[in-house]
Design a protein around this ligand. Structure first.
Ligand SMILES: C[S@@+](CC[C@H](N)C(=O)[O-])C[C@H]1O[C@@H](n2cnc3c(N)ncnc32)[C@H](O)[C@@H]1O
Length: 288
């Protein structure tokens, strides 16, 4: 997993020694200011200015051979990416109405309805349509998402439906879920950047109980063509964020795959998933 803060970064970063760790800590403090924007400290600099400072600081670290290039690059891009994504999603979820509707995703609903209720985790649950549905069916729901506006909407939806869900704002690194604690983990249009994609999916497997199930639906790599023809279907425009069957088989190698299909789907989910797209659907079970 990537470091959560400067202290952790300094502790795990290859080649770093004191007092170089101080510079390193500062670097991560600055980059963290992207992801924790407004939560811990108010920077008066604009994002661009912060980028410049981080850039200069990073260059110094590299010049002095304090960090391995690939490691540093991965951490910095992950943190900046996270912050930009958070801004994007907060803006979208601040709009009126529910971006992907209030109803659960159909594939998720159909699969969940076949399983006896237990404890479920919904990473990247957005405005909570799937988490809230699970709660109405008697599931004990944990969900997380980087968007605080998403959480507000999820809480509203839960209240309207008369249920409670434990929805936290943040990334997987910031959650404290116990290993093997979920009967189901549902990944519904959870499109993560390449820098964390594989790590996250492997971590999800650790959180699944023996005999637990992964329910997955997301846009496939073929979706780029669909999106180009009909932008209202939505979905990422960066191929790295999309999924292939091979990728899923690799991430979920320890599961027994019960379904893996790439299919065209006519989506009608709020105002941002409207029309024909290419999705991957996957169900996998962890051995008892
Ligand atoms: C297309 S939306 C899907 C939302 C929801 N799963 C649904 O189907 O309605 C993708 C979601 O991923 C979230 N997200 C992206 N990167 C994330 C990360 N690293 N950790 C947690 N959530 C993330 C975004 O905030 C956004 O809500």
């Amino acid at each position: 997993m990537l470091p959560k803060n400067g202290a952790e970064a300094a502790a795990v970063a290859p080649k770093a020694d004191f007092p170089k760790k101080l510079l390193l800590s500062f670097l991560f403090f600055m980059t963290n200011s992207f992801s924790y924007h407004g939560k811990y400290i108010e920077f008066t600099l604009y994002q661009q200015e912060k980028c410049k400072i981080v850039g200069v600081c990073l260059k110094q670290c590299l010049v002095h051979q304090m960090l391995h290039y690939d490691y540093t690059r991965k951490c910095i891009f992950t943190l900046i990416n996270r912050s930009l994504m958070k801004e994007f999603w907060d803006k979208r979820y601040s709009e009126e109405g529910f971006a992907y509707g209030e109803q659960p995703n159909m594939f998720f609903k159909n699969q969940l309805d076949k399983i006896d209720p237990g404890r479920i985790l919904l990473p990247a649950d957005g405005e909570g349509r799937n988490g809230v549905y699970a709660a109405t069916q008697g599931w004990d729901v944990n969900a997380f998402d980087i968007s605080s506006s998403g959480k507000q909407k999820a809480d509203e939806l839960a209240k309207t439906q008369g249920v409670k869900i434990d929805f936290e704002v943040g990334t997987l690194e910031e959650m404290n879920y116990a290993p093997e604690s979920f009967d189901v983990i549902a990944l519904i249009f959870a499109h993560f950047p390449l820098t964390i994609k594989e790590t996250y999916h492997k971590e999800f497997l650790k959180l699944l109980k023996p005999g637990g199930i992964i329910i997955f639906e997301a846009f496939s790599k073929d979706h780029l063509e669909y999106n180009a023809k009909h932008p209202e279907v939505g979905g990422p425009k960066n191929i790295d964020l999309l999924y292939s069957a091979e990728e899923l088989e690799d991430y979920f190698d320890i599961l027994e795959a019960q379904m893996i299909i790439k299919t065209e789907a006519k989506l009608s989910e709020g105002q941002y998933h409207k029309g024909l797209g290419s999705v991957l659907r996957y169900i996998g079970k962890k051995a008892q």
